[in-house]
Design a protein around this ligand. Structure first.
Ligand SMILES: C[S@@+](CC[C@H](N)C(=O)[O-])C[C@H]1O[C@@H](n2cnc3c(N)ncnc32)[C@H](O)[C@@H]1O
Length: 296
C-alpha cells in the first residue's frame, strides 16, 4: 500500500507558485535574516577546497540574492557564471550584487528566472552545477537532482546543500505537544540516507553526503518565527493546508510551551546536508537517473 504521510524526499504538498511568491515578497529583507544561509553558502563553497576542478561554466540554482554565486565567482573568476531563481525579485537582487563586482570580461547578464525542475540549459553544458538551500523548497527534489545531472558536463561536479530531517525539531515537537496536527505546520525535510540514495541513483560517480548541525539562539519564539518568515520560509505559504505559524493564539501557545534555555533564550536546530558527485557517462550507470524515489 502506498504510504499517505508526506515523503520527505518528495513532499507533494509544496506549491511551487506559493514558494515563488513567498520568496518574491521576502527578497527585499532576505539578507537581514539570512546569516544561516550565508554561513551554509560559505561552507558549501569550502567543499571546493578539496576538489580539483577548473570550470568553464558554472550554474547556481536557486541563487537567492547571490551568496553562493558571489563565492563561486570569487573562486573561479575566469569561468562563466549563470545564476537562476524562480523568484524574479531574487533574480534582480542577485544580478545587482554580481553586477557590482563584475570584472571586465564577465558578461553583463548573469541571472535568469527559471525553475530548478526545468532548467533552461542544454544537456551537458555546465562543469559546475551548484545549489545552496534550495532543494528543500522543491515539490520533487529528485527531479531537481535529475536536472542538475542532465545539465552537468563530462568531468563536471554537482554540489548542493539542503536542510535535513532534524531541522526545527524542537519547533515541530513543541507544536505537536500543543496539538498533534500542528506538527504538520513545519515542512518535513530530507533524510541524509535517502538523499544519498537518491544521489547515487543518478548517473554520477564518487557521490558523497555529509551534514552539519547548527544551533541558533533567539530572544523568544516571535523572533524565531519572524526570522523563518524573513528568510522566505513563510509557513503559511509552504504548508498552506495546515496553516502558518503566524496566528496570535498559536504564537501565545508556542511562547508558553517552547523550552527556554538557562540564559533565558530559546534555541532552534538546523541540520544542513551537503551532497556532491562527479559526472559519470550514463551508459555506465544501471537505470541511470530514471528511478524516482517513491514510498511503497
Ligand atoms: C533559502 S533561499 C537560498 C538562496 C541562496 N541559494 C542562498 O543560499 O542564500 C532558496 C531560494 O530558492 C529559490 N527557489 C525555490 N524554489 C525554486 C525552484 N523551484 N526553482 C528555482 N529556485 C527556487 C527561492 O526563490 C529562493 O531564492
Amino acid at each position: 500500500m502506498r504510504e499517505t504521510s508526506p515523503d520527505p524526499i518528495a513532499p507533494d504538498h509544496i506549491d511551487s507558485r506559493q514558494v515563488a511568491r513567498a520568496f518574491d515578497q521576502a527578497a527585499g529583507g532576505y539578507e537581514q535574516f539570512a546569516a544561516l544561509q550565508q554561513e551554509v553558502a560559505d561552507r558549501l563553497d569550502a567543499h571546493l577546497n578539496f576538489t580539483k576542478i577548473t570550470p568553464h561554466r558554472m550554474l547556481d540554482i536557486g541563487c537567492g540574492t547571490g551568496f553562493l554565486s558571489g563565492r563561486l565567482r570569487q573562486r573561479f573568476p575566469k569561468a562563466d557564471l549563470l545564476a537562476l531563481d524562480v523568484a524574479p525579485a531574487m533574480c534582480a537582487l542577485c544580478q545587482r550584487s554580481l553586477g557590482k563586482r563584475r570584472l571586465p570580461w564577465q558578461p553583463r547578464r548573469m541571472v535568469v528566472a527559471g525553475d530548478a525542475r526545468y532548467l533552461p540549459m542544454a544537456s551537458g553544458s555546465c562543469d559546475l552545477v551548484a545549489s545552496s538551500l534550495t532543494m528543500q523548497w522543491l515539490p520533487d527534489p529528485v527531479a531537481m537532482l535529475r536536472e542538475m545531472r542532465r545539465v552537468l558536463a563530462p568531468d563536471g561536479l554537482l554540489l548542493f546543500s539542503t536542510f535535513g530531517r532534524r531541522t526545527l525539531d524542537m519547533l515541530r515537537r513543541t507544536l505537536a505537544s500543543i496539538a498533534p496536527e500542528h506538527a504538520g505546520r513545519v515542512l518535513p525535510f530530507s533524510d541524509v540516507m535517502r538523499l544519498g540514495d537518491a544521489l547515487q541513483r543518478q548517473a554520477v560517480q564518487l557521490p558523497v553526503t555529509d551534514s552539519d548541525l547548527m544551533t541558533l539562539t533567539y530572544p523568544d519564539i516571535t523572533a524565531l518565527v519572524r526570522e523563518l518568515k524573513g528568510m522566505g520560509a513563510s509557513a503559511s505559504a509552504i504548508r498552506h493546508r495546515q496553516g502558518g505559524l503566524g496566528g496570535r493564539k498559536l504564537l501565545r501557545q508556542l511562547a508558553e510551551a517552547y523550552p527556554i534555555d538557562s540564559d533565558g533564550r530559546i534555541h532552534a536546530t538546523f541540520e544542513v546536508l551537503y551532497g556532491q558527485a562527479w559526472h559519470k557517462p550514463a551508459e555506465y550507470q544501471h537505470g541511470a537517473g530514471v528511478i524516482p524515489i517513491l514510498e511503497e
